[in-house]
Design a protein around this ligand. Structure first.
Ligand code: FES
Length: 57
């Protein structure tokens, strides 16, 4: 499922970036994938996913 439609970034991709690229913030995700840098609608969902995934690690 796409979290960021503008940049075609899925929840799986974001989880992988957290796990394998060491992403810990929305800013890093924006730099790496462009998440939230276009329309910005995905920001709340991306933040939630980031928080949830980081809690599990
Ligand atoms: Fe992510 Fe538009 S959906 S910037």
């Amino acid at each position: 499922m796409f979290v960021c439609v503008c940049k075609a970034v899925s929840d799986r991709q974001i989880r992988r970036d957290i796990r394998e690229e060491g992403v810990t913030s929305l800013r890093e995700l924006a730099r790496l994938r462009g998440v939230g840098t276009c329309c910005g609608k995905c920001v709340p969902q991306a933040r939630r996913l980031l928080d949830e995934t980081l809690e599990q690690h």
